[in-house]
Design a protein around this ligand. Structure first.
Ligand code: NDP
Length: 449
């Protein structure tokens, strides 16, 4: 059995009931075969793969809080500190009922390579809770966030572990958590990113993941002799990533025509009205049916079941899955290819199932894996850490300019890595190899730890 296969088998055996984690490990390790085979003796002796698939630390804790009726509720909190070889742990906090240890481990594992790809000094981590902020009052969200931080504060800090937002954790939740950390620790430090502008946040952080995705796509298309101008774009999701991906796509001359949330999706052939979308999702926190009610050109489609990913049946040139994991499956990939789509770039983490990715790549679609194409969020978080350290705030243009440069660099790093190992154009292989090499070199230099 090859070293890669041995370690994959160990991960499956030792981490039962964590299918998303298995999926992420398989996807990464499979694509690292060319590097592992070249260095097998060294990596085996140093147990590099065993170390990289085992988190340095995983913390699971009780989060009790009182709801508006006076009833005590109990959620579970997690923080997985996966790898600190190249910097303090960095990665978001997901608040969603589907959260469990396996989901957080898959996200933390991916984060190691993503953070490495940014070229910035940040290690990989992830956290969250099965708490659902949807339908809760502000006071209930605050009660949860304060309780969550009352435990989490013991394990994080500006130089050790710096969490950020993710699904369900936006500016409101980060604000409550930051306030509680400051209150308990008595220290005003950049312990979280995604903060409000008046207390250490960075301009352009809100826009960063969506904008970064489009900077990456523009560079990928340019390198392949294509262009975004005049192209039709299908987007899924209607959250932070999707909204700013749609906005930047428009700024770059493309026409995004779809978006979705967990209950339905919109097809708007005239192009998505970003101001209206923001009003519905960011201000009112309402369903997308309200978008359709306010806009004549839009069609609203109620989601039939969890396998209904309607947006991928719309004819488009470029597809940007920006909602959640495993939301673009093999049937969706077939529909995209049949409709003439030529590029798919992941805004969400692992939104494309492995068989769909394989199908897209086999059919000549330019495919950008999320750990590269959505790295703009964490890169800008790292820029927020830099600004906090020097107690300065950079302008929007300064941060946005750095973000663009970082995304273009990421693309060329992984393009080069893919070429070096004879996989030209395979950006999945390129991203994993480029991210892995830097982390492994740092691990080897730091000895057995
Ligand atoms: P948000 O919570 O802001 O938005 C998620 C959006 O996706 C919501 O509109 C949600 O709908 C929708 N959604 C969730 N599940 C489904 C589904 N099954 N089908 C259709 N729509 C669905 O999260 P973000 O935009 O921040 O994150 C989206 C993805 O991007 C996640 O995978 C996240 O890990 C990843 N990511 C985020 C980064 C960031 O900076 N925010 C950075 C890098 C990656 P509803 O409104 O109904 O909840």
């Amino acid at each position: 059995m090859s070293y890669v296969d041995e370690v994959i088998a160990q991960v499956v055996e030792k981490n039962p009931a964590e299918p998303e984690f298995h999926q992420a490990v398989k996807e990464v390790l499979e694509s690292l075969r060319p590097v592992v085979e070249q260095n097998e003796e060294l990596y085996r002796r140093e147990a590099i793969l065993e170390r990289i698939v085992n988190p340095e630390r995983q913390i699971k804790f009780r989060v009790p809080w009182v709801d508006d009726k006076g009833q005590v509720q109990v959620n579970t909190g997690y923080r997985v500190q996966f790898n600190s070889a190249i910097g303090p742990y960095k990665g978001g906090l997901r608040l969603h009922p589907s959260v469990n240890l396996g989901i957080i481990k898959f996200l933390g594992f991916e984060q190691i390579f993503k953070n490495s790809l940014t070229g910035l000094p940040i290690g990989g981590g992830k956290g969250g809770s099965d708490f659902d902020p949807k339908g809760k009052s502000d006071r209930e969200v605050m009660a949860f966030c304060q309780s969550f931080m009352t435990e989490l504060y013991k394990y994080i800090g500006a130089d050790t572990d710096v969490p950020a937002g993710d699904i369900g954790t936006g500016a409101r939740e980060i604000g409550y958590m930051f306030g509680q950390y400051k209150r308990i620790k008595g220290v005003y430090e950049g312990v979280l990113t995604g903060k409000g502008l008046s207390y250490g946040g960075s301009l352009a952080r809100t826009e960063a993941t969506g904008y970064g995705l489009l900077y990456f796509v523009a560079e990928m298309l340019k390198t392949n002799g294509k262009d975004l101008k005049g192209k039709t774009v299908a987007v899924s999701g209607a959250g932070n990533v999707a909204i700013y991906a749609i906005q930047k796509a428009q700024q770059l001359g493309a026409k995004p025509v779809t978006c979705s949330d967990s209950t339905g999706w919109i097809y708007d052939p005239e192009g998505i009205d970003v101001a209206l979308l923001k009003e519905v999702k960011e201000v009112k926190r309402a369903r997308l049916s309200e978008y359709a009610a306010a806009r004549k050109s839009a069609e609203y489609h109620e989601k039939k079941d969890s396998n209904d990913h309607g947006v991928w049946n719309i004819k488009c040139d470029v597809a940007l899955p920006c909602a959640t994991q495993n939301e673009l499956n093999l049937d969706d990939a077939k529909a995209l290819v049949a409709n003439g789509c030529f590029a798919v770039a992941e805004g969400a983490n692992m939104p494309t199932t492995p068989d769909a990715t394989e199908y897209l790549q086999k059919n000549g679609i330019l495919f950008a894996p999320g750990k590269a194409s959505n790295a703009g969020g964490v890169a800008t978080s790292a820029l927020e850490m830099s600004q906090n350290s020097e107690r300065l705030s950079w302008t929007f243009e300064e941060v946005d300019g750095k973000l663009k440069g970082i995304m273009e660099n990421i693309f060329h790093n992984l393009d080069d890595a893919a070429k070096r190992y004879g996989h030209e154009g395979d950006y999945v292989v390129g991203a994993n190899i480029a991210g892995f090499e830097k982390v492994v070199n740092a691990m080897l230099a730091q000895g057995v730890c």
